[in-house]
Design a protein around this ligand. Structure first.
Ligand code: 6R9
Length: 698
């Protein structure tokens, strides 16, 4: 597992002399391609694009990229308004294409794009493609958990379904600006519900269907939805998960806390659970199938301002309370569409599959909006990627002739462990671009993905971005430049990444530090719902003048970016962001837990796993039963995906004399780097360290 996290970038020594840093917009190339080619065989840390791929790509060369990038930085208004003009606007935006203040010392943080422009993202995803003659093109191929169970919707059919639901929502009192919570698995109804909300100007908040009832309550209390949309149950692999029970529990608790939701629209997913077996609350619960199909398949669009909210998506931060990341309409639309087109080199004939769930940002931007805005054909898969066996992904790739395949490093690593035979028994010859997201991809997983899955033919787009950024920020453009396994490479158009030191000083050339972004981009989030102050302090205060990502990054001599992971109290488990504070709160809610401290530890498949130090109450003996019930506590307060892998019994925690827990020491103990504990003399009680070490494998 040694190379899961790179501590420093891989270097291509000979190139350093000719390099000029990209961000300074030198007109010369940062390196000489001819020289790279000569090196390629000698140094396999460079993977060159195939010539025939580059020739057909939207951006065929580094020169072309630089030309476009330069324009996007020097004239963002011109660059983005030209692209925006390719979409439908009821009314064009005002004089200013964008306005921004990212400098907290100069006043309120403010980002606006295309303000005054009137549009609708659902119209641009569906009606626009239909009007240009693509109504009979397949929008969604749906593949069920069980092999052989599938379905599809053309753009025409998708529009009909979206309109029916939109009419139903309107009829039930949902108006522009109202929020709607969607708690659904990967059925077609999930993107349908998102688009229906967008069509009528309602703000959707999709909650990943792996979150517990309590997490759902938190989100209901925060955004006070008019309606909750869910289904009775879902099959994932061999398991049946009863989602309706979770929603019932959440709605009961919310109404005790003063927030009653009047309608729970429930899709009957009878392949997982019969209607009759579903618990029902008359007056509140309504079967989707009983009502939605009664509505007209025509629904007028609610035209909205570019800066009207499109959706809320809750994500973890460094405190216990999840943050409601708010995205608006116009900029997000243009940004997701453009990033999708270029980073995957999307063409109308492509079949695209992203394995992410719509409950995360990747599913919002790159299952639903980005692809549909491009008129793409999207595969939506309901089930687990290794069910019924680890060959399922490639079975699906062959079945639909998938050309663009986008997934997470954790899945790559887990399939890699299952052996090549599961891959090579399928053809996969349709594939032309692979993508990776969610966490740094370690070079060995990158190589396996490239060589085995892609038969050394398909470029890999390792896309660095975040819930907050809306779309890709640092990403390869396939075909445009050589790749280095494990590097997200260069910034997307309009993005100015800077690496700063602790004092906020921009570092030049080969460097390593905190990744920030200078100046806004259309897809940026505009606020944290109901808490603009938290938005400003979390993202714009650490380094005034910049957006701070929370990630560490280094840049090598060729200008390639290497993400090194979170530098804050966020753990990335299988590409899921989990706040250490959230897990700690869940643990201390356990009646026998006095104190808890959580750290992330390197994990071969998950990237990181959750390691919890727990101090039981005075007089409580630590036992296997206690361990189990502590894990259950996290599952019920957050969700199964946040369950700690290890509970380390801690009679005491290492604290400074002022009572601050020294996580640095806990991280070293958790990863068993016991000879690197560093200075422990400032601890209030240095003995706790020896005590913890003694209990390490108890
Ligand atoms: C899109 C998404 C964001 C955090 C981000 C970073 C990590 C995502 C990455 C990556 C290295 C990549 N991350 N993509 N790190 N290389 N290609 O995952 O959004 O759930 O908000 O997580 O994920 O640490 O800060 P989100």
């Amino acid at each position: 597992s040694g190379d899961i996290f790179r501590s420093r970038p891989v270097m291509v020594n000979d190139l350093t002399t000719t390099h000029h840093h990209l961000c300074h917009l030198e007109s010369t190339l940062p390196y000489k391609l001819s020289k790279l080619k000569a090196l390629a065989t000698a140094d396999d840390d460079l993977v060159l694009p195939a010539q025939d791929f580059s020739q057909q790509a939207h951006v065929p060369s580094f020169e072309k990229y630089l030309e476009m990038y330069k324009r996007s930085i020097e004239d963002p208004a011109g660059f983005w308004s030209e692209i925006a003009s390719e979409f439908y606007w009821k009314k064009k935006w005002g004089q200013e294409v964008y306005s921004e203040n990212l400098d907290i010392t100069k006043g309120k943080i403010n980002i606006e794009w295309f303000k005054g422009g009137i549009t609708n993202i659902c119209y641009n995803c569906l009606d626009k493609n239909i009007n240009s003659g693509n109504g009979e093109k397949i929008a969604i191929h749906w593949e069920g958990n069980e092999p052989g169970v599938d379905g599809f919707l053309t753009y025409n059919q998708l529009l009909d379904r979206v309109c029916q639901l939109a009419n139903c929502l309107k009829d039930n009192g949902v108006k522009k600006g109202d929020s709607v919570i969607i708690y659904l698995p990967m059925l077609m109804e999930l993107p349908i519900a998102m688009l229906a909300c967008a069509r009528i100007g309602a703000v959707h908040s999709v909650v990943f269907a792996g979150f517990s009832a309590e997490s759902l309550v938190q989100r209901i209390m925060d955004c006070k939805p008019k309606i909750v949309i869910t289904c009775n149950a879902v099959r994932r692999g061999k398991k049946v998960i009863n989602l309706k029970d979770i929603v019932d529990a959440a709605l009961a608790e919310s109404s005790q806390n003063g927030i009653s939701v009047g309608l729970c629209l429930t899709y009957a997913n009878e392949s997982a659970m019969k209607k009759e077996a579903t618990k029902w609350q008359k007056g509140r619960d309504v079967w989707w199938q009983d009502v939605v199909s009664e509505y007209s398949t025509k629904c007028d669009v609610e035209w909205v301002d570019a800066e009207d909210p499109l959706f809320l998506l809750y994500t973890s931060g460094s405190t216990g309370k999840p943050k409601g990341v708010l995205h608006t309409t116009g900029g997000y639309m243009i940004y997701t569409a453009t990033t999708f087109k270029y980073a995957f080199d999307h063409k109308p004939s492509d079949i695209y599959w992203c394995t992410a769930d719509c409950g995360w940002i990747t599913g919002h931007s790159y299952v639903a909006y980005g692809p549909l805005l491009n008129g793409a054909t999207v595969v939506v898969y309901e089930g687990a990627p290794n069910y019924p066996d680890p060959g399922r992904c490639w079975d699906i790739v062959d079945k639909y002739k998938v050309t663009l395949f986008y997934t997470a490093p954790t899945l790559v690593r887990s399939l890699m462990r299952d052996g090549n035979e599961y891959v090579t028994r399928y053809s996969r010859k349709s594939l032309r671009v692979l993508g990776s997201v969610g966490e740094p991809i370690n070079p060995s997983a990158w190589r396996w993905f490239f060589n085995v899955v892609g038969d050394s033919r398909c470029p890999i787009s390792d896309t660095w971005w975040q819930t907050e950024t809306g779309g890709f920020m640092i990403t390869p453009l396939p075909g445009a430049w050589p790749q280095k396994p494990g590097s997200a490479t260069f910034p997307f158009f309009g993005v100015q990444p800077v690496i700063v030191d602790e004092k906020g000083k921009e570092l030049e050339g080969e460097c390593s530090g905190y990744l920030c972004i200078k100046s806004s981009w259309p897809g940026a989030f505009r606020t944290l719902y109901g808490d603009h102050e938290r938005y400003e302090t979390t993202y714009f205060s650490a380094f005034p003048g910049y957006y701070f990502s929370g990630d560490g990054c280094s840049r090598d001599n060729d200008g390639y970016h290497w993400l090194t992971g979170r530098v804050d109290d966020v753990i990335n488990v299988s590409g899921h962001r989990i706040g250490t504070a959230e897990v700690e709160s869940a643990l201390v809610l356990h009646p026998q837990c006095a104190e808890a401290a959580v750290v992330g530890v390197e994990h071969e498949v998950k990237g990181q796993c959750i390691y919890a130090f727990v101090t039981p109450n005075e007089g409580v003996a630590y036992s296997e039963d206690l361990r189990k019930s502590l894990v259950v506590s996290v599952r019920t307060h957050i969700g199964a995906f946040a369950a700690p892998d290890k509970i380390h019994w801690a009679p005491g925690l290492p604290k400074t004399r002022s009572g601050k827990i020294m996580r640095r020491i806990l991280r070293k103990i958790a990863s068993r780097q016991l000879d690197e504990l560093g200075d422990t003399s400032t601890l209030a009680d240095p003995n706790v360290v020896d005590q913890l070490i003694a209990l390490a494998d108890k």
